[in-house]
Design a protein around this ligand. Structure first.
Ligand SMILES: *Cc1c(COP(=O)(O)O)cnc(C)c1O
Length: 404
């Protein structure tokens, strides 16, 4: 695979949930729009014709991937903007009906911090909890819907632990109760099949750089007829709903990357699930006292692994793995570097020590069986050495002895 050459400077790149490289085929498709076809798609002259067509094509590609209509696709600057738009846009267009919003405790910060902002501006937000595998409780969601509820936002799949929510069921529930349903599908897009019609989704966020497209470009699906306030005010682009000259090369890349990942989805789902399970079982076999965080099998993204290693700090594992040429993460890229344990792992009911000992390995199209072999060769030894030096591990062993 050509893309592998990009990651060859690293022995193994296992942080695809943070970002992916732009595929060579995608880059090739984008290049003319930086140079010979640089025209502004809003201009009238024929020079811009190719740019207009490129935008329509990409809109159709995204619509195809979601079973949506091209008129329902709006390009944005990424997942964060799409999430902000969905929450603030619905809040400020539906405040005549009510001021209550429901989301979950394990959302990405693009949702949680938008919800904070809305709370400061007079909205009332309910945060639904999750079980120890990261699944929301549908009956809790049902009980939380009130007359004043205007929006439910539940992520399709979690970026740290990979748990997939029962989106279809949430969609039907919201439809029945007449509440708008948004899902942040940034991690799920291109990895699991998504059908906005069948799943009764009203709004959906996606981002190109999570499925081998470029960074800084995303989209929001907005169901036809849904009222939503604008987030970006200015020119008349995107049918007057999202101002700013379109990022044509980025949008072309997004469309192409999504088309490719959806066409390969069934085989990649199988391949990555099998690699994932081999790596999970390999780690469980080679390292005692570990805990897999998140759900199992079909309820988990095919490319996500998240383990807690008792008695070690996740950061020290990252450091040693990096030294061995393996790029991984402790959770979300945004919160690493902070000493606060992950809000997602804490919501799963984990204590601070376990949450600090977590490691996320996220795979992508470049991940091979050899990568898995290499991680299995290196990781158990790293954990063993770190535990030898760790007072936390010593304490844990003592406690085990006491229990006996
Ligand atoms: C990466 C990510 C985002 C943010 O997307 P950007 O394009 O980086 O702004 C939002 N939600 C989830 C679940 C993500 O994984």
């Amino acid at each position: 695979m050509k893309g592998r050459e990009y990651v060859m400077t690293r022995k193994v790149y296992m942080d695809n949930a943070a970002t992916t490289y732009t595929s060579p085929e995608v880059l090739e498709e984008m290049l003319p729009y930086f140079s010979e076809s640089f025209g502004n798609p809003s201009s009238i002259y024929s020079f811009s014709e190719r740019n207009k067509k490129a935008l329509s094509k990409a809109r159709q590609q995204v619509a195809n991937a979601l079973n949506a209509d091209p008129d329902e696709i709006f390009f944005t600057s990424g997942g964060t903007e799409s999430d902000n738009w969905a929450l603030k846009g619905i809040a400020f267009s539906h405040n005549g009906k009510g001021n209550h919003i429901i989301t979950t405790r394990i959302e990405h910060h693009a949702i949680l911090h938008s919800a904070d902002f809305l709370e400061k501006n007079g909205f009332d937000v309910t945060y639904i909890g999750v079980d120890d595998k990261g699944r929301i409780d549908l009956s809790e969601l049902e009980r939380s819907i009130k007359d004043k509820t205007i929006l439910v936002s539940v992520m399709f799949a979690n970026n740290e632990v990979g748990t997939i929510q029962p989106i279809r069921e949430i969609g039907s529930l919201c439809r029945e109760r007449g509440v708008v349903f948004h899902t942040d599908a940034v991690q799920a897009m291109g990895h699991v099949p998504i059908d906005v019609r069948e799943m009764n989704i009203d709004l959906l966020s996606l981002s190109a750089h999570k499925f081998h497209g470029p960074k800084g470009v995303g989209a929001l699906f907005i169901r036809k007829g849904l009222r939503i306030e604008n987030l970006m005010h200015g020119g008349g682009q995107e049918k007057g709903r999202r101002a700013s000259t379109e990022n044509v090369p980025g949008i072309v890349g997004l469309g192409k990357a999504l088309e490719i990942s959806c066409s390969k989805l069934p085989e990649e789902h199988l391949r990555l699930s099998s690699i994932r399970d081999r790596l999970i079982n390999g780690i469980k076999d080679a390292v005692p006292h570990v805990k897999l965080n998140g759900a199992d099998g079909a309820e988990r993204l095919p490319n996500n692994i998240n383990f807690s290693f008792i008695g070690v700090e996740g950061e020290t594992l990252l450091f040693d793995l990096d030294g061995a040429g393996i790029s991984a993460s402790t959770g979300s890229a945004c919160s690493s570097g902070s000493l606060e344990p992950s809000h997602v792992l804490m919501s799963l009911g984990m204590d601070h020590a376990m949450a600090h000992g977590s490691l996320r390995l996220s795979m992508g199209e470049s991940t091979s069986e050899e990568d898995v072999d290499y991680v299995l060769e290196v990781l158990p030894e790293i954990v063993r050495k770190r535990r030898e030096m760790s007072p936390l591990w010593e304490d844990y062993l003592k406690k085990l002895e006491e229990v006996k």
